[in-house]
Design a protein around this ligand. Sequence first.
Ligand SMILES: [Zn+2]
Length: 198
Amino acid sequence: MAHSMQDKAKITSHTEVVTEARPDSMPDLSEPLVVMDGGRSIRFTGAQIAFASSERPRAPRFTEFRLYRTSKDMYVVSRTGCSRVFHSSTCRQAESHRLPYGNDLQVIPEVTRMYPCGICNPSRMEDARGIRFERERPWAGVADNAPGVVAMLTQVESKKTGLTSGSSSQIPNLSARLLTVASEIDTDIRAAYLVMDI
Ligand SMILES: [Zn+2]
């Protein structure tokens, strides 16, 4: 997943505490935020400006997108693959992916709201400390400006769906939702997303 940090990407390797008031309605920026990209952390001061999720009732796996604007007027896109699937301690698939046991987690998920693996069919009655949970899969990228965000979000879902670059002008559903939400509060995203220069 390190590829996502190349190209337009730049990592802010230090944090800066912003003390002056923002001219617009940005929230308090003094607390550094940390967004994960695989095992790497992207740390910055800024604010989340949009959120979109594909979560639906009875969908065991879904994707969450978040868009942040940093105090240096860059953008961070984060995409998290989420799962509500749990496995028995003996599941081969869980073993091959080295999934953590409930006992290894800081917070044990509430099994009653989760979905048993269709292969190992674990019982919801098992001790949650002994069953295995799927990890979140975080991806993040940094864009220098709003057009970079639009380009990145187009690529992100194209890669995921295996579409070729010929389809890249079509912005898939979840990215479109994120950009629509962001457009409501960020004029630069609005200009980049809703206005096409030809
Ligand atoms: Zn399983």
